[in-house]
Design a protein around this ligand. Structure first.
Ligand code: HSE
Length: 308
């Protein structure tokens, strides 16, 4: 018996909410197919779309580790599961690639074993998988990819998560330059301390962003989408970041920042037409630098991962 699941890309942080906010896109996303085997053990048997860059060892693979932790929890230690991972998300992109594989894997295995866990119950296992790649436990990609929507995480250890309201007409324009940034490295460069003025500004922005979403107040959302803590430290990792951001703002974006750990850059926009123009203008900056890039346009995905 086999089960296939799809888990979408996501934007960790959404600019102002480092490690505590994320949202899901409609497309692209990863697919995972799991097969029950008579041979005990959890194995990665096939991977496509990773250009040979991801490890086959179960404990080192985000999908493998997530399934391992789930089957341990279920007491299904004698079970045999073969896992195929079909990467549609670019690796090290800031689009939640490692999270999507872990999410699709646990959703598929939950179905395969008829374990009956709900999505929120699956969250810790997908996070354990994602932690293999990022080097730390944070649910800002895993939670939206699994559950869909815009998610606020009050506590990453107890999975105290909350779904925020998505204003109708909110669109994402995303540009992914074809360079790879390892999340673990993008985290390692961050300073331990935040100066008080930036702390105050960031706290005000993240709190007001939630109010902006709740009240469908696009102007407020725009004023809040300013990351004064993480973005200034990571911008140097992305060639021409500030030019891309300026291009997005000139084209009418509400706000623009680094998606997760980057190098993908996202802009939130009011309406799909604006999002289209914004993405085109953002991409022009990479074209001028002769850096290959892809653009993605999407409303917020309210469903999250699905069995297909
Ligand atoms: N919150 C994470 C970070 C997202 O910015 O490092 C990437 O996994």
């Amino acid at each position: 018996m086999s089960v296939k699941a799809f888990a979408p890309a996501s934007i960790g942080n959404i600019g102002v909410g480092f490690d505590i906010m994320g949202l899901a896109l409609e497309q692209p996303g990863d697919e995972v197919v799991v097969h029950q085997s008579t041979q005990p053990g959890i194995r990665i048997t096939k991977m496509t779309g990773d250009q040979g860059k991801l490890p086959y060892e179960t404990e080192k693979n985000t999908a493998g580790m997530a399934v391992l932790r789930l089957t341990e929890y279920l007491g299904a230690t004698n079970i045999g599961i073969d896992i195929e991972v079909h990467k549609k998300l670019p690796l090290g992109s800031g689009m939640g690639s490692s999270a999507a594989s872990a999410v699709a894997a646990v959703l598929a295995v939950n179905e395969l074993l008829k374990a009956g866990l709900n999505k929120k119950q699956l969250l810790p296992f997908a996070c354990a998988g994602e932690a293999v790649a990022s080097g730390s436990l944070h649910a800002d990609n895993v939670a939206p990819s699994l559950l869909g929507g815009i998610i606020l995480i009050r506590d990453n250890h107890t999975y105290d998560i909350h779904r925020l309201h998505t204003p109708s007409g909110l669109y994402v324009a995303m540009v992914h330059p074809n360079i790879r940034i390892l999340t673990s490295e993008a985290r390692a460069i961050l300073k331990d301390a935040v100066p008080m003025p930036q702390f105050v500004q960031q706290t005000a922005n993240v709190a007001s962003f939630v109010v902006g979403l709740q009240n469908n107040d696009f102007a407020l959302i725009g004023r809040c989408l300013r990351d004064v803590v993480i973005e200034p430290q990571r911008a140097q990792l992305i060639p021409g970041f500030y030019d891309v951001q300026a291009a997005a703002m000139s084209a009418g974006a509400l706000g623009c920042s680094i998606s997760g750990a980057g190098p993908a850059i996202f802009a939130l926009c009011e309406g799909s037409k604006t999002a289209e123009m914004v993405a085109t203008e953002m991409q022009k900056v990479f074209i001028a630098q002769k850096i290959e890039s892809n653009i993605y346009l999407s409303p917020v995905n309210e469903t999250g991962a699905v069995i297909c």
